[in-house]
Write a new protein. Structure first.
Length: 318
């Protein structure tokens, strides 16, 4: 029997990411937006007015008491993640967290432990997994049991992170905040358990440049992660089998090249990725379905921690 229970959703945070999550969740059938709280109340009031949210609360405890929400969506600044998550875990709602799940690996582990100790259902916004481009590749690969080679290309800049106003502890851990977008492709397309992570060119925090690492999985899949720090480069991912090579560049658009051919065949993005922030609408739908008890592929706290662990191993921060 299909579970059509109404899902009452509340929000912690009132920045740009919260606004995009609001748009996505409000569009999912059976969702009712019931409240919002933020450290700066006037920002929460502005979003409440824009989206017709009935209640603005002065804190998480007050929001639980006033809303009894089923699901809370949390999107806050990195230094606040651990404290806000642990406060949310005190109440018996489910939680959907924007990535990362901690400022660094230690915090991510602490958040994961706290979520488990509280026995909460927690999902994480690894939205690259729900891009229509990613889903097209995964759907095609279902019928291809052969080994996969995954090549991830990242580009980062500590100077850019500073220029857009991030504080020093966020800049120092920028790979956890931003490279997770790319590193997660290795976990998305690689099958089975990681068997090795081999840094080939190590990250130098004093002089960031090229970072290169090889990963292998017990399925036989293998990958290369390449990052260019303080140099131009794309955000891109390719997945190659003997039959077909898929390329995501930009990440929101997929093309494929068949064996024995030179031409690239484009796959147009779905409307959900043009009408909403890419990946967010399908992501919201899957989280609500998972809350209802379905088998939706919504990334969990364990999934996010596994990717965070991989970021740490690549960058020597484990």
């Amino acid at each position: 029997m299909t579970d059509n229970r109404k899902c009452r959703v509340a929000f912690v945070g009132a920045g740009g990411m919260t606004r995009e999550h609001l748009r996505a969740f409000a569009d999912v059938p059976g969702v009712e937006i019931v409240g919002i709280t933020n450290r700066t109340r006037d920002k929460a009031e502005a979003l409440a007015a824009e989206f017709g949210i009935p209640n603005v609360y002065d804190g998480i405890a007050q929001m639980w008491e006033g809303s009894k929400a089923d699901l809370v969506v949390m999107a806050v600044y990195e230094p606040a993640i651990r404290a806000v998550a642990e406060e949310c875990f005190k109440y018996p709602w489910a939680l959907f967290m924007e990535k990362p799940i901690g400022l660094d690996l230690a915090e991510a582990r602490a958040v994961a432990d706290a979520g488990k100790a509280a026995a909460r259902k927690v999902w994480v916004g690894l939205n690259r997994r729900t891009l229509s481009s990613t889903r097209a590749v995964l759907a095609d690969l279902e019928s291809d049991p052969g080994p996969r080679f995954i090549h991830v290309q990242d580009q980062q800049s500590l100077e850019t992170a500073r220029a857009i106003g991030h504080q020093a502890n966020v800049v120092d851990n920028w790979m956890f905040a931003n490279s997770i977008h790319l590193v997660d492709y290795l976990m998305t397309f690689g099958r089975g358990a990681l068997t090795s992570v081999t840094p080939l060119i190590r990250f130098d925090p004093q002089k960031p440049g090229v970072v290169l690492a090889q990963v292998t999985f017990d399925s036989g899949d293998a990958g290369i992660y390449e990052a260019l720090w303080h140099a131009p480069g794309p955000w891109a991912c390719t997945v190659t089998t003997a039959r077909r090579r898929w390329e995501l560049r930009p990440l929101e658009r997929a093309t494929f090249q068949n064996a024995g051919e030179r031409k690239l065949n484009p796959v147009e993005p779905e409307a959900s990725d043009t009408d909403f922030k890419p990946g967010f609408r399908v992501q919201a739908e899957r989280v609500v379905a998972a809350w209802r008890g379905g088998k939706a592929a919504a990334p969990t706290l364990d999934d996010a921690l596994a990717t965070t662990e991989l970021v740490a191993r690549i960058y020597g921060k484990d």
